[in-house]
Write a protein that binds this ligand. Structure first.
Ligand code: SF4
Length: 333
């Protein structure tokens, strides 16, 4: 018996917008039913990866495979089948919901686009069930998006994304445009739905603390490339890459003991431009551990625990540097 193909496979994905190297060789696999968080600062290219997966933009090079099918160059008309397997929830529900459409029609739109034959009554029942699943009353179907709160609108986006029962959900910063007070409830909803339905998810976020309870695996992106991948447990307890360590040190954690034990690592300057990324290791201009070799040699992806880290200091035996002055001489010797 052959194993079921993964929900998503990216092979050396490249997306250049003219001279801007937004995504520069990203390879990533999401098994069925698992959640991978793609984490990075704004400008790291993480949202572009999501847009390539749903073919909102055409990748410059590389392969996107959904459930084993190469969809990178699928002609537009064949994309319809692909569209029902993968859905996307955008950051800003106000911008992604058509203000002239009733909520019921918005939620049912994927059924219409996939030409699912259904009576009006069945369609309305399906929409009502979907709204119920995201915690909204059936009457909401007869409202317009502007009559709803930001949190309710994002629930509508999630209902629309899930009505076609996708195998893979791309959640692109789904809570960052919402009031802080409703962010947790939308994240909890996504986590509950994922557990109940079992779709795979690429959860794109700049906020590492948002992924602690949602992600199985984490991929950390910096200036168009992955710098570290691993299970959530490994990334949170034994991050190997200095960039991941810096991101983690800036993210608040609920556990006061862990918070006290942690050391704050400051990143300093802003993200360099993807127009002209630094030579060698792209993180070197902000890395507290950078040394000569980092300017001339691109670090290889070294297997580390259950993932990898792309840093000259990570040894194949799985030892890692700590971003502490006392450790620096030791790791560099
Ligand atoms: Fe820092 Fe060098 Fe490692 Fe890059 S390769 S993360 S600059 S130590």
């Amino acid at each position: 018996m052959t194993a079921e193909p993964h929900a998503l496979e990216l092979e050396d994905l490249v997306m250049h917008f003219g001279p801007v190297r937004a995504v520069d060789g990203v390879s990533l696999t999401i098994p069925r039913g698992r959640v991978t968080a793609l984490v990075g600062e704004s400008g790291s290219g993480k949202s572009t990866v999501g847009r390539c997966v749903v073919r909102l933009v055409e990748p410059t090079a590389g392969v996107v495979r959904i459930a084993g099918t190469d969809v990178t160059h699928l002609p537009r008309r064949q994309l319809r089948r692909h569209r029902s397997r993968v859905s996307i929830v955008f950051q800003d529900p106000a911008g992604s919901l058509d203000p002239r459409m009733l909520v019921g029609d918005i939620v049912a739109e994927p059924l219409r686009l996939s030409r699912t034959r259904m009576s009006r009554r069945d369609r309305d029942a399906r929409v009502a069930a979907e709204l119920g699943r995201v915690g909204l009353r059936a009457e909401v179907a007869r409202r317009y998006p502007h009559e709803l709160s930001g949190g309710q609108r994002q629930r509508v986006s999630i209902a629309r994304a899930l009505i076609s029962e996708p195998m893979l959900l791309i959640a692109d910063e789904p809570t960052s445009a919402l009031d802080v007070s409703v962010q947790a409830s939308v994240l909890n909803l996504l986590a509950d739905l994922q557990r109940d339905i079992g779709f795979a998810c690429l959860f794109i976020t700049h906020d590492l603390s948002a992924v602690e309870y949602l992600a199985d695996d984490i991929a950390v992106m910096y200036l168009g490339q992955l710098v570290e991948t691993g299970s959530r447990e490994q990334i949170f307890t034994r991050p190997a890459h200095p960039y991941t360590q810096a991101l983690l040190s800036a993210a608040p954690v609920a556990d006061p003991v862990r918070q006290r034990e942690r050391q704050q690592v400051l990143l300093g300057d802003d993200l360099p431009s993807a127009l002209d990324p630094p030579s060698g290791c792209r993180f070197r201009t902000r890395c507290p551990l950078a040394f000569d070799r980092c300017a001339t040699e691109v670090p290889a992806q070294i297997g580390y625990g259950d993932g990898m880290a792309a840093c000259h200091l990570v040894r194949p035996d799985g030892t890692r540097p700590d971003v502490r002055a006392a450790d620096t001489s030791e790791v560099l010797s």
